[in-house]
Design a protein. Structure first.
Length: 163
């Protein structure tokens, strides 16, 4: 399954709907993670908050390829995209294991293929280094075999690159 998470407008997602099995727009119309860990313990892989991200753990957990389109915010995801990723912690369990020589939580859904991030907006060289490390560590943590970051200064290129 191919999943797209983006913080662009509705038309951006509509233009790409044929290329993805699921498109999640980071529009900020949902609650932030409360840190209750119910998605780990009480309701595994389901958020206790009943909004549009209630099932986000299962959606991301079933992704073979995850593509994230986000504005650069000081070398990290935009707040709306970060919120979605925070709410997806239930893709793993509270148990721990070693992956890539590091301690990580055990995966609830197994391994995935690729974690790709398309970063748009002005990005300084030191931010690019941070982005590459962030994407690599996020991919390992969520069980993706590879990670890739592309920097797109001109937003008009985004749609073509997201395909």
């Amino acid at each position: 399954m191919r999943i797209l998470i983006h913080d662009r407008n509705e038309e951006f997602g509509q233009a790409l709907k044929e290329k993805y099995d699921r498109i999640i727009r980071a529009d900020g119309k949902y609650a932030p993670c409360q840190g209750c860990f119910h998605c780990w313990t009480k309701h595994p892989a389901a958020c206790g908050m009943k909004d549009s991200l209630h099932e986000i753990c299962r959606v991301i957990g079933q992704a073979d390829d995850l593509v994230i389109v986000t504005e650069n915010w000081y070398g990290g995801y935009s707040p709306a995209v970060k919120n979605i990723l925070d709410r997806s912690i239930g893709t793993s369990t509270p148990m721990s294991t070693y992956r890539a020589g590091e301690m990580h939580h055990t995966l609830r859904y197994g391994r995935h293929s690729s974690w790709s991030v398309l970063v748009y907006g002005e990005t300084a060289e030191n931010e690019k280094k941070t982005w590459k490390l962030l994407a690599e560590k996020n991919a390992i943590n969520d069980g993706f075999r590879s990670s890739e970051v592309s920097f797109i200064p001109d937003t008009e290129e985004l749609e073509a690159r997201a395909q």
